[in-house]
Design a protein around this ligand. Structure first.
Ligand code: NAP
Length: 345
């Protein structure tokens, strides 16, 4: 039997648009393999919204965005100027996808949307880190009270199942230490500095030309993006209420060729490493440039990779690495979460 799942999607940029593209291509496979048919009943971007109870044509929404138009231009269903929150409040649905920009000041627009959807007994899948970093405890408690699921596996290193491994696959074992290379942009920069002898500025320019670094790369190169992800891991996997204020953060801006050369001469490589370390009953959290042996699981990784290592008491040391050249794996992680929350796994 096929179950219809009505979902709304806020944010139709790299992540939202590619999610629709994946569903256009793999929707029938999802029906066949999981018995779930996802129906896009509402979508919102900065132009407004589009709503259709019997489903928007996902290829048409994708094509509007590829043509650099707003979704409000969707003929017959477009609502110019309607806010994402109005769209969520006025569209009966089973699930919300929050792929809005990450805002670390107040979490908006995502935070209000997520609260509204949970209160309306909808599952929520997030690519947007802001609400989780600012209000993890509140949102997970609200989801539990409403009997729905909140999933966010795409927020920590995109397609890499960092959160899923930690929360689900280490069940019953204790995690004693976590190490992660969670930020693709800085790993690209450091790897090119190491392998090609580029200066920090040259490697940053390369990352900007490759489209993986913003014009203002502060969040990435100063370590805050990796710190956000570590906060999400601490709250979810380690079940420890943690905020950014608990993380010691140092970026890569001041690293020079000489630093990398020195590491290389000692058989090491420098990564921007996120670490959660158990100290007695307490935890210490840090993000900083760190020398790793080249045969360390995160020393071996390549320019496009991100990875995580879990050190556990009974399950040994588990590492996972993903090669991720663009935003598509994160969109695929959103679909993974959509399927898993609907199946209750
Ligand atoms: N890109 C990645 O690889 C990646 C990986 C992991 C997580 N994420 C997270 O995923 C989220 C989306 O990233 P992205 O790369 O898709 O960003 P993006 O390309 O900048 O797209 C953002 C989308 O949000 C829309 N938007 C902006 N303000 C809005 C508002 N107030 N109400 C409704 N919609 C609004 C934009 O509308 P317009 O289209 O009209 O501009 C756009 O469609 C972010 O939170 C990001 O941190 C991204």
């Amino acid at each position: 039997m096929v179950r219809e799942v009505r979902f709304t999607c806020v944010g139709l940029g790299n992540i939202g648009r590619n999610l629709l593209d994946i569903l256009v291509h793999r929707g029938e496979a999802v029906v066949r393999d999981y018995g779930l048919r996802f129906l896009l009943v509402g979508a919102a971007d900065s132009s407004g919204a589009a709503i259709a109870a019997d489903g928007l044509d996902m290829a048409r929404v994708r094509d509007l965005k590829l043509a650099r138009q707003g979704v409000a231009a969707y003929e017959g269903a477009g609502r110019p100027g309607m806010s994402a929150l109005e769209m969520v409040l006025n569209t009966p649905a089973d699930l919300l996808v929050d792929a809005a920009p990450t805002n670390l000041q107040n979490g908006e627009p995502g935070l209000s949307l997520v609260r509204a959807a949970l209160k309306a007994h909808q599952h929520v899948v997030m690519a947007d880190k802001g609400p989780l970093v600012l209000a993890f405890g509140e949102l997970t408690a609200l989801a539990k009270a409403q009997g729905v699921r909140l999933a966010y596996s795409g927020t920590v290193a995109g397609g890499l199942p960092t959160v899923n491994i930690g929360v689900r696959d280490l069940a019953g074992s204790g995690v004693e230490r976590v190490e992660g290379v969670f930020n693709g942009t800085t790993n690209y920069i450091l790897t090119r500095m190491d392998e090609e002898g580029l200066s920090y500025e040259e490697a940053l320019r390369g990352a900007q030309e490759a489209g993986i670094a913003e014009a203002d790369p502060t969040l990435d190169v100063d370590g805050w993006d990796a710190a956000n992800k570590l906060v999400i891991v601490a709250n979810s996997v380690l079940r420890r209420p943690t905020t950014l204020a608990d993380v010691h953060v140092e970026g890569i801006r001041n690293l020079t060729q000489a630093d990398l050369r020195r590491a290389r001469e000692q058989g090491k490589v420098i990564r921007l490493l996120a670490v959660a370390e158990k100290k007695g009953e307490e935890w210490a959290f840090s993000v900083q440039p760190t020398s790793l042996d080249r045969n360390h699981p995160l020393g071996r990784i390549g320019m496009w990779d991100m990875g995580v290592v879990y050190y556990t008491d009974y399950m040994g040391v588990i590492s996972a690495v993903i090669e991720e050249k663009g935003p598509v794996p994160t969109s695929a992680a959103v679909l993974r979460d959509m399927i898993n929350v609907c199946l209750g796994v």
